[in-house]
Design a protein around this ligand. Structure first.
Ligand SMILES: Cc1cc2nc3c(=O)[nH]c(=O)nc-3n(C[C@H](O)[C@H](O)[C@H](O)COP(=O)(O)OP(=O)(O)OC[C@H]3O[C@@H](n4cnc5c(N)ncnc54)[C@H](O)[C@@H]3O)c2cc1C
Length: 73
């Protein structure tokens, strides 16, 4: 089941199951918790609060389309 509009705020294990809490006060249980909540992942923080925070590395990139790719070396 997929539910939209939920914000996860809490997670814990209970009898080998995962119990998560949402900002609206509801909870859900499951066998595993998959964190796919982006760069500043709440799930990642809940699992490991001491993990390094994301940081800018200074790396950048530029891309485009060339009319004649064979002319590029
Ligand atoms: C301006 C900009 C331009 C970009 N351009 C490109 C590009 O051209 N090509 C490219 O490859 N990449 C690009 N990226 C990077 C790309 O957007 C990310 O790498 C990619 O979206 C990461 O996907 P994700 O699924 O890990 O996280 P996200 O796409 O960030 O998805 C995370 C989801 O989790 C939700 N969420 C967060 N916290 C919670 C919570 N507590 N409870 C419930 N849900 C939550 C969020 O609402 C969001 O829907 C760009 C990024 C930005 C900001």
């Amino acid at each position: 089941m997929i539910e939209h509009g939920k914000t996860l705020v809490h997670a814990e294990t209970n009898n080998d199951r995962v119990v998560v809490g949402f900002s609206d006060g509801t909870t859900a249980r499951g066998d595993i918790l998959v964190g796919a909540d982006g760069l500043r992942s709440t799930v990642r923080y809940l699992i490991d609060p001491g993990a390094p925070a994301p940081r800018a590395t200074g790396l950048g990139y530029t891309f485009g389309v060339a009319p004649n790719a064979w002319a590029c070396t």
